[in-house]
Design a protein around this ligand. Structure first.
Ligand code: GLU
Length: 511
């Protein structure tokens, strides 16, 4: 028999902004699909109307597209296994719940919230730590297993509220095979009679999830570790309906930088890094959350960083394009242990991508920042700034912030450098040097350097006595990119002016 076509899905619930852990789940699904010539499907799990947040679904789509993780099928992406929103599939779930009831694998339960509370109280008093509706307790509750057929029919005819529950087998071992974890065994004693269908006419996550995975022909379920406890129930549900279960792979958690617990929004706020791909404003509270995009991350860097949080290529290589990741990815190399998020490493990735970008591309990206800061500059000049600054910056915005002197003459001079380097006689010396530069008709980095070296030689001066002061006059800073490159970019007139103004301002600073 030929192997089944690989079809995977990312199935977020639109209850808020997508956490970076969610983006990683989507990414691994995408990589696995593309690696195997399969399909990546976006399915919106919106059966829980009480937790629905407007804008959350659009946020997911925008975040995935920003990352380049574009679904082959999904709401607004097309596909012949739709609709891809569970709320639009509502009518198809009931039939499967009925099928389970007919087969004796599920039942109607009529218990009121008060009756359920009373049951839990009773069990707690009897010493149970996790009171639940299960193979034992169901026998003392009001359901179609304890009531007679007539009683059940009468309640149904009366429109009494009910839910449909799964009849968890009493004494069985459930074995789930997970690609990441190997065999996981759970005893049904630990599992409860989960609600499959709710009194509001909607399926629960569990029923909708397996019905959709089956009808959408999902071959591999790749999802976060927090769903591992649900996997045994899902395996039993597949069995009960008579379907073959998909292959499971549960991904390790993303941990806080110190390794203590799951990475949460609060950690991000506290330690100053985003945990969301894009900015998000909560429509109910107005609360803002920061995103990687707005913080100045390149999507390639964000994706590259995420890919390595829980997966490794088995080689020391760290820089991967999305295509490179597709090529290298296997589920076998996904680790079991939680992956510690490292904000410095995230920055490092961005820096690597920044450095590798062509100057023209960076110039186009930096232009809005320059404009916002009120700087007027040609694309050629901006490209020059990027060429000189990119080795020293992690973010696009820093190209402008740290290179402010490309756009305006210094207003202040780095105090430490002045204290250490601006001596008696420096002003005079710098005037002489300025005059030499004035004679340079070419004003290129090479010609300027030649003049500078000749000056040092004729004056019998060391580099360290002159170069820092030249930098002070031109940039106001103690450090920066190649001095003669900066001067060549700024041009003769601007440099001459800066030198003259600076020498005058620092004239009396000698110590
Ligand atoms: N709707 C679930 C979530 O929000 C999906 C779980 C799954 O992938 O099965 O994470």
């Amino acid at each position: 028999m030929p192997d089944k076509r690989v079809r995977v899905r990312f199935a977020p619930s639109p209850t808020g902004p997508l956490h970076m852990g969610g983006v990683r789940t989507a990414l691994y699904n995408y990589l696995f699909a593309k690696k195997n010539g399969g399909d990546f499907i976006l399915r919106v799990e919106d059966t829980d109307q009480t937790r629905y947040v407007p804008g959350a679904e659009a946020y997911v789509r925008e975040a995935l597209e920003w990352c380049g993780i574009v679904p082959d099928e999904g709401p607004d992406y097309g596909g012949d296994k739709g609709p891809y929103r569970q709320s639009e599939r509502k009518d198809m779930y009931r039939a499967y719940a009925d099928r389970l009831i007919e087969a004796g694998k599920a039942y109607y339960a009529f218990d009121t919230p008060e009756e359920l509370d009373a049951m839990r109280e009773r069990l707690k008093k009897a010493g149970s730590s996790s009171p639940q509706y299960n193979a034992v307790t169901r026998e003392s509750m009001r359901n179609s297993l304890t009531l007679s057929k007539d009683e059940t029919d009468a309640l149904m005819a009366d429109d009494a509220p009910y839910v449909i529950r799964f009849k968890m087998p009493r004494n069985e071992e459930v074995r789930v095979h997970d690609v990441v974890r190997g065999w996981v065994t759970v005893h049904t004693r630990q599992l409860d009679d989960k609600v499959l269908f709710k009194s509001d006419g909607m399926p629960t996550y569990h029923l909708a999830n397996i019905v959709d995975d089956h009808t959408m022909e999902i071959s591999h379920v790749i999802r976060g570790e927090e769903w591992l406890p649900s996997a045994p129930l899902h395996v039993l549900l597949y069995e009960a309906i008579g379907w073959e279960a998909p292959v499971f792979a549960h991904l390790p958690l993303l941990l806080r930088p110190d390794g203590n617990g799951k990475l949460s929004k609060r950690d991000g706020d506290r330690l100053g890094f985003p945990v969301f791909p894009l900015n998000w404003k909560d429509p109910a509270t107005g609360e803002q959350s920061n995103g990687y995009r707005e913080r100045g991350y390149f999507p390639e860097a964000f994706v590259n960083m995420l890919a390595l949080l829980g997966w490794n290529p088995g080689t020391p290589q760290e820089i991967f394009s999305l295509e490179g990741l597709v090529e290298a990815f296997t589920l076998q190399r996904v680790g079991k242990a939680g992956a510690k998020f490292d904000p410095d490493k995230a920055k490092w990735f961005n820096q690597q991508y920044l450095r590798s970008k062509p100057d023209q591309e960076l110039a186009a990206a930096v232009a809005p920042f320059a404009e916002a800061a009120g700087h007027r500059a040609s694309p050629e000049f901006l490209a020059g700034v990027c060429r000189l600054m990119k080795e020293r910056a992690s973010f696009i915005s820093e190209l402008i912030e740290d290179g402010i002197y490309f756009f305006r003459a210094p207003e202040a001079y780095d105090e430490k450098t002045v204290r250490k380097k601006w001596k008696e006689g420096t002003a005079e010396r710098m005037r002489k040097l300025a005059a030499r530069f004035e004679e340079d008709g070419e004003y290129s980095a090479e010609s300027l350097e030649k003049i500078f070296k000749a000056f040092l030689e004729s004056e019998e001066l060391g580099m360290g006595m002159v170069l820092p002061n030249l930098r002070l006059l031109i940039t106001g800073k103690g450090m920066g990119p190649g001095m003669f490159d900066i001067m060549a970019l700024l041009g003769k007139e601007e440099c001459a002016r800066r030198m003259a103004v600076g020498i005058e301002k620092l004239e009396d600073a000698a110590n």
